[in-house]
Design a protein around this ligand. Structure first.
Ligand SMILES: Cc1cc2nc3c(=O)[nH]c(=O)nc-3n(C[C@H](O)[C@H](O)[C@H](O)COP(=O)(O)OP(=O)(O)OC[C@H]3O[C@@H](n4cnc5c(N)ncnc54)[C@H](O)[C@@H]3O)c2cc1C
Length: 405
């Protein structure tokens, strides 16, 4: 066994940001990045957008060209899974049995699609969408004018719906909740997106209790408890994701819907960190524990760990933010939208460009900007600095959201 310096498990968004960040910061030991997928680290957001309809190729997904890792002396081990952590010995065990020692271990294992407990979910042509192979399988299985049924009206489901309806497919989205994107968007924004999808030809059905998939070997329909069925050539299940935390749990790390980490992303073991979709962190700014699934969160947490390993000043938590592209509309959300906020509309939804601002007392807590990048950027500053706001000014489109620059 040799000293492996920093070992990173999971070669995705957080793992790649961390490995390249350490190399750029001049880390003095070996950096090993281990991923179970056969690809160099890549971005997932285009999978439900340009990649699934063939506009974007694999090379364009890569976070860095593959040769970059060797140039920076990062050992990238692809197609291999870490099976176990021996925390007492500070080593990890790979799938073929060999062990790697570490000075610091970082778990960037991401999340996986939640399994929907529905009858006959194992039929052919039933997919979820998490990786390149999933996106290729969906695109390959869907006939040109085929019928796609998407279960779940979250971001991934709606982005896929937008991509596929634009390609001439017949798309139905079935959602158990009363509105689309219920978990993270306000009712006003949900309504806007529902109308936008329906105008493009997507059939959206909410409040539906699905009980079974039907078909012989291959799925042919999705059916609800009240007897309604929707014919399908392909079904994609997009009902959220669960943290890949089993490795951490087996090693005795504290977990609770995510690997629990402190403000610097340290787990309950002093030599092990966690970042990205698999981590649950107490957010310093929002004073609550969150497990976020976004590129921004994965990269911000990876940078926190770089700072900590390199003995730099701790990085402050940023206001969480997220984007979703559907049709030609970009939604940018900053902060966490909560039902107890007072919501303020800025702009006219009928114009296709507006912002919902969510205020508590006289402070802005969250915003949803639809095709409004300037509101997003300035509003984020307002949330971050927790400056006092005037509701009449927030509504007035002639006044920029942030006036101090
Ligand atoms: C279709 C889709 C669209 C998205 N769109 C957006 C968007 O528009 N905006 C946005 O902000 N976010 C979006 N996201 C979310 C974003 O991609 C994730 O939040 C981000 O990739 C998380 O990074 P991560 O490093 O934590 O996990 P990942 O990027 O998922 O990487 C984790 C990696 O670890 C590997 N792994 C797990 N266990 C092991 C093990 N034991 N050994 C070896 N390897 C292991 C996994 O196979 C995976 O490759 C989207 C996600 C999907 C799936």
């Amino acid at each position: 066994m040799c000293d492996a310096g920093v070992v990173i498990v999971g070669a995705g968004q957080a793992g790649a940001t961390l490995a390249t960040g350490l190399a750029q910061a001049g880390y003095d030991g070996p950096i090993t990045l281990i991923g179970e997928e056969p690809y160099a680290p890549y971005q997932r957001p285009p999978l439900s957008k340009g990649f699934v309809n063939g506009d974007v190729g694999v090379d364009e997904l890569l976070i860095k060209p593959e040769a970059y890792y060797a140039q920076k002396h990062i050992q990238l081990i692809k197609g291999r899974r870490v099976h176990a952590i021996q925390a007492h010995a500070r080593s990890v065990q790979l799938d073929e049995g060999e062990q790697l020692n570490y000075r610091s271990l970082v778990l960037c294992t991401g999340s996986r699609p939640r399994v929907l407990p529905i009858k006959s979910a194992e039929l052919n042509r039933v997919f979820s969408l998490r990786n390149i192979d999933d996106a290729r399988a969906i695109a390959g299985a869907l006939p040109e004018q085929g019928r796609l049924v998407i279960i779940g009206a979250g971001y991934v489901g709606l982005e896929l719906a937008a991509s596929c309806v634009t390609q001439g497919r017949h798309v139905t989205v079935l959602e158990r909740a009363g509105r689309v994107m219920e978990r993270s968007a306000s009712p006003q924004v949900s309504e806007h997106y529902r109308a936008m999808h329906e105008a493009a030809g997507v059939n959206i059905v909410c409040d539906v209790n699905l009980v079974e998939l039907q078909g012989g070997q291959q799925v042919t329909a999705v059916c609800a408890g009240d007897g309604r069925c929707w014919p399908a050539d392909v079904v994609v299940i997009g009902v959220g994701a669960v943290a890949n935390m089993e490795l951490a749990q087996a090693a005795g790390l504290q977990c609770d819907d995510g690997i629990l980490v402190d403000a610097q992303c340290r787990s309950s073991d002093p030599h092990i960190y966690a970042a990205g979709d698999c981590a649950r962190q107490t957010h310093a700014l929002l004073q609550t524990s969150l497990r976020l699934e976004s590129v921004q969160n994965a990269t911000a947490q990876a940078r926190m760990i770089v700072a900590h390993i390199m003995n730099k000043a701790p990085l402050r938590s940023e206001v969480p933010w997220f984007w979703s592209d559907q049709f030609d509309t970009r939604l940018q959300i900053a902060g966490i939208v909560q039902p107890n906020h007072t919501s303020i509309l800025r702009g006219d939804p009928a114009s296709g460009s507006f912002t919902m601002l969510h205020v508590q007392g006289d402070r802005l807590q969250a915003l949803e900007a639809i095709n409004r990048p300037a509101d997003f950027t300035l509003g984020r500053k307002l949330i971050s600095e927790q400056l006092e706001v005037n509701i009449q000014w927030l509504k007035d489109e002639d006044i920029p959201l942030y006036l101090r620059d």
